[in-house]
Design a protein around this ligand. Sequence first.
Ligand SMILES: Cc1ncc(COP(=O)(O)O)c(C=O)c1O
Length: 423
Amino acid sequence: MDLNNATSEQLIQLEQSLSEQYQQLQALKLNLDLTRGKPSAEQLSLSNALDGILNGDYISKDGTDTRNYGGLEGIIESREMGATVLDMPIENILAQGSSSLTLMYQLMSTAYFFGLTGKQSAWHLAQEVSVICPVPGYDRHFSICEQLGIKMINVPMTSNGPDMDVVESLIKQDSSIRGMWCVPKYSNPTGVVYSDQTVERIAKLGQIAHKDFRVFWDNAYAIHDLSDNPVSLSSIFSACDQANTQDSVLQFASTSKVTLAGAGVAFLGASETNLKGFKAVLGVQTIGPDKTNQLRHARFFEKPESLKAHMKKHAQIIKPRFDSVLAHLEKEFSNTDLGKWESADGGYFISFDTQKGLAKKVVQLAADAGVKLTPAGATFPYGNDPEDSNIRIAPTVPTVKEVDQAMQIFTLCVKLASVQQRL
Ligand SMILES: Cc1ncc(COP(=O)(O)O)c(C=O)c1O
């Protein structure tokens, strides 16, 4: 559909035909939902064997009775798992409760209120505190900053990761910058994997940024590949070692989308200095994490290769849903300028950019035709997408048939909104 060269008459005809199709689909009174970035019940069932796996043996391999208090850093088996997922030495890993988001909140609030390297490093001592937010991004990262009163600075995502020219020049100019959010692999929502060069440039930010600057490296989708030959993410830990900026990056991951989203294990990977600063604050908040659940996970993934095999099963379940989304987008919009998207090889999302000023309209049209989408703007700080163009599609929960139906409606809504805009 080339709207640029269409005459007004052609546009009117097209609008009529698309509106008719829209009304027909509306009459079906469907109730479909592409908003939920969570595992489907089928995926959760892959981990049912966690229940009862301990069978009365609660002792971890170093002799810890996991039922009791203590063990702030997490049991050794879980720290080993975190070391594998984050590709870091075990000494740099803490294993905690089910949510990495909680850990991110705790790390950012520790940096803000108490400082990670002593009282003088507390961010709140500065007149203004800002954090760089690659956009579109993960709304819950933005909510943390909003709650702490931290200013957010948008930086556009490219197909290699955040636009590093912009990031570097902001850091050089703006002394209020203390942090940066990153989802380096299968970014939420664009699906982009940061290139080697981007990783290297991020590791070097610690050389030019404020000494209390921290990158929040949220590797939520570190092992969530959909293809057999996934693009690999280069190690930020090694890059920081090379650049001598070990303290500038905090890494996070969890088993939320590996085992159970509400009952998994979360990991922090950080330098010795950062761990010391964080543990001083964490030790006031808790006597220790849920080590029994950590041991369940350790037993569940005891055999070498079992984690990889498990993630393959996830991929088998969700890949057809991603394929359906991509097939619809390609069929309707390749060779047009009506939308842009990245082909996701993993993670939980596909993000779609309409032409400027149409995202809210498309989301509304889809809702009126029975397809729920994440509110337009949610992928930007303060819920404000300045171009009103980004829409996040989360296809893991609906069935393949439902994704297929929902995408028929979605693509029709994009076309209808685009034609109406021209008219
Ligand atoms: C990028 C990203 N980070 C973190 C989370 C939440 O992780 P957790 O369940 O470990 O708190 C999500 C969930 O959607 C996510 O997309």
